[in-house]
Design a binder for this molecule. Structure first.
Ligand SMILES: Cc1cc2nc3c(=O)[nH]c(=O)nc-3n(C[C@H](O)[C@H](O)[C@H](O)COP(=O)(O)OP(=O)(O)OC[C@H]3O[C@@H](n4cnc5c(N)ncnc54)[C@H](O)[C@@H]3O)c2cc1C
Length: 490
């Protein structure tokens, strides 16, 4: 049965985030006609929140004297994933990520202000986080402008709903709902799916994970990332990667922004108790926000309380924090907003996630935990702090601050989600694979929709991996498609 298309392109890209726009620009450079379908009224998705991206042996690293090698990066990805990541895909990314930096800088006008780590005290973290001026939001602006300049049709408020195939399973195009609510059919020799995963879809989160807290996760990423692409690719015969269900979680206050100083205080490696009022972890896990997210998601109520006293508040204001939150609160930043912000939070009757008490017992009552339990936990923790040795959870002595000087505050940290990873099985050519392991002809996946880069958790010791992979997989997919079309294979 022949299909009539409203327009036809060499490539239709579903999703106008980092991976999709990178793909579109490269497709145009390769001489292909291209359309980008973006469901939201603007491009960017989760990529517009990212601060930086990973690369290895880039000239931006070399000129700063940073000697992270490709081999170190490759080994870290594979070791960290317990070899559940796909070596060929990891290698493709590691080998090409430095080229992404050159392309963005020399061809798009991106300026790199730094290459750094996310947490100064995180052991083994590689210096791979390339920070562009204006963050990745600026990269998105530049890529979108370049795509349009090169003739790419970028359709906003246009959601793809179905991937079309012929009788042999070869991709022929996409069905979408346009900004006027009309169905449109676009023909394509290849379709690239980069819809950014399903962090905004509680049902899919529950389906693919065992946490059962999908509706409680606080999504700070793109509102459009609801798993549409994953569903469409599965419908088209692609299969799930075994790492589907990998999430990048982190501790976060409900109804706060990620720039808040109260929120950042809740991540400090000080004194944390769970919903029962008991200490449960070496709080130094807070230096790796992804690990801390995995911890908090598994706790009763998927939350913990961080307790601080006046000495800690003074320390945070005068000396700075132990850990920031990306570039939203800088590492070692003096938390000057904290005293005013936390007092206002505690005084706000509509807010239940910051409480203040003149005594530990009063604090416990407001937290809803048994005062005697919290008193005993605080006393035990203070004794460890004074001894200088955490014989319970082995926290380094430099983070052992006693909780003694009232009034005290407790900050309730819940579970935030940035992204999902590892959805659809692809090969190193970014082609979606079917259940027999063969490519679905003409179907490609990039960025967070694609599986194979990670194991059970995000490789935060290689900071910038998600956005780095999104940007790199995008242009690699375009080159693959251009080569396949050139060879008459599509
Ligand atoms: C707060 C925050 C900070 C982060 N910081 C970093 C960082 O510093 N470094 C790093 O590496 N990673 C970071 N990340 C993660 C990173 O942003 C993403 O992993 C990556 O950039 C995702 O790119 P993507 O192209 O796969 O998806 P996205 O950029 O999310 O793009 C997907 C796009 O697809 C669109 N879409 C969805 N469904 C449809 C449909 N049916 N039709 C059409 N369009 C559709 C969405 O609206 C969205 O615009 C951060 C994430 C967050 C939330």
């Amino acid at each position: 049965m022949s299909t009539t298309f409203d327009a036809s392109y060499d490539v239709v890209v579903i999703g106008g985030g980092g991976s999709g726009l990178s793909c579109a620009v490269q497709a145009a450079k390769d001489g292909l006609t291209c359309a980008v379908l973006e469901k939201e009224a603007q491009t960017g998705g989760s990529s517009s929140f990212a601060e930086g991206h990973a690369a290895f042996e880039s000239d931006e690293q070399i000129k700063r004297g940073i000697d992270v090698t490709k081999t170190q990066a490759f080994d870290t990805y594979l070791d960290y994933s317990h070899w559940r990541a796909d070596p060929a895909l990891v290698s493709r990314f590691v080998e090409n990520a430095a080229t992404t930096i050159v392309k963005l800088r020399d061809e798009e006008g991106v300026v790199y202000e730094d290459v750094t780590v996310t947490a100064l005290d995180q052991p083994g973290e590689l210096t791979t986080w390339h920070l562009p001026e204006g963050e990745v939001a600026r990269v998105i602006e530049l890529l979108e402008a370049d795509a349009r300049r090169r003739g790419v049709d970028v359709f906003l408020s246009t959601a793809a709903t179905k991937i079309l195939q012929d009788a042999d399973g070869k991709v022929t195009g996409v069905v979408a709902t346009d900004a006027d609510g009309q169905e449109v059919r676009l023909g394509a020799k290849a379709v690239v799916v980069g819809t950014g995963g399903y962090a905004g879809n509680p049902e899919m989160l529950d389906h693919y994970t065992r946490y059962g807290i999908g509706s409680r996760l606080i999504n700070v990423g793109g509102p459009g990332n609801t798993g549409d692409g994953v569903r469409m690719m599965l419908d088209a015969g692609a299969v799930e990667h075994r790492s589907i269900g990998t999430l990048l979680l982190f501790p976060l206050m409900r109804d706060k922004t990620i720039t808040s100083h109260t929120n950042c205080t809740g991540m400090q490696p000080y004194f944390w108790v769970d919903a029962t009022g008991r200490r449960f972890v070496d709080e130094v896990v807070g230096l790796n926000f992804g690990h801390a997210g995995d911890v908090v998601a598994g706790l009763p109520g998927s939350m913990y309380w961080c307790l601080i006293d006046q000495a800690q508040i003074r320390h945070l204001v005068e000396d700075g924090n132990e850990i920031g939150l990306g570039i939203y609160v800088r590492n070692n930043e003096k938390m000057v907003n904290l005293p005013t912000e936390i007092e206002a939070d505690a005084a706000d009757e509509a807010r239940t996630n910051v409480v203040k008490g003149a005594t530990v017992e009063e604090l416990a009552a407001k937290m809803g935990v048994p005062p005697a339990v919290l008193r005993a936990e605080v006393d035990a923790y203070n004794a460890l702090c004074h001894a200088g040795v955490d014989s319970r959870f082995h926290k380094p002595a430099k983070f052992l601050f006693p909780v003694e000087e009232g009034p005290f505050f407790a900050i309730k940290m819940e579970t935030g989600i940035m992204i999902t990873m590892g959805a659809i099985k692809i090969d190193e050519h970014l082609r979606c694979l079917d259940k027999a392991g063969a490519p679905v002809p003409g179907l490609y996946s990039v960025g967070c929709d694609a599986g194979g880069m990670f194991g059970e958790s995000y490789t935060l010791p290689v900071p910038g991996s998600a956005n780095g992979f999104a940007l790199t997989s995008g242009w690699l997919a375009a080159d693959e498609i251009a080569a396949a079309i050139g060879a008459g294979a599509l």
